[in-house]
Design a protein around this ligand. Sequence first.
Ligand code: SAM
Length: 246
Amino acid sequence: MSEVIWHDIECGSYRQDLALWLALADQYAGAGAPVLDVGAGTGRVSLALARAGHGVVALDQSRALLAELARRARGLPIETVCADARTFTLPGRHFPLIAVPMQTLQLLGGNEGQSAFLARARRHLQAGGAIAVAIVALEDLEEFEEFDGEQAGGLPLPDIAELDGCAYFSQPTAVRRQDGSVVLERLREVVDAHGARRSSVDRTRLDLTSPEQLAELAVNAGLRLREVRRIDPTDAHVGSEVVILQ
Ligand SMILES: C[S@@+](CC[C@H](N)C(=O)[O-])C[C@H]1O[C@@H](n2cnc3c(N)ncnc32)[C@H](O)[C@@H]1O
């Protein structure tokens, strides 16, 4: 359950990219075959696409997140698949749009993991379809480091939620570049109804890449770069480039 709560608190309120995923689904999938949403989580993007009338296959490696997605998707045209994006096989299925929102590609384990995903995606792509991958826009990436609870200019605001009498806080404390990757650090705190506090540190490592690097990897999977679109940063989220491969 806590996996679902933290996922929702830290990813759930992001909306800046939804218009782009909806536009790409209209462009490539129309009212036809479903969109494949890779790393779908609790369904932030899948649910938006399905509510707009698109069928969706929501793939994630987390059973807990997919179970919550399925609960929220009742009555909507969403199918869930629990699989690793680097090794998935859906026999006979070909998609007009394979979407990889919110930097999920950068969690797959560097060039090797990204290449494995691209090869899998290529096999499941409809003729004329597209693979669209959101990656961190490097020029928007600003490092910061908490120092005794402070940093110059103030820390970003925490993400906060209240559930079943417990308050959840997720405070970004650092963004650190390290050897071709960036580490996003958060302090997670839970305060229960009796005022007891629990805290832990969460670190997510993203492998840095660029549209050019991704286009190079894509060639080996028989894909080519079609275009790059941009998602502007928000107060809480870095900007993205969406690399569209065919
Ligand atoms: C940053 S979240 C994005 C969630 C959702 N797409 C969104 O935009 O709100 C990354 C998601 O990718 C999933 N994920 C990470 N590695 C994966 C892998 N190797 N195969 C499948 N899913 C993976 C995680 O479980 C998580 O749900």
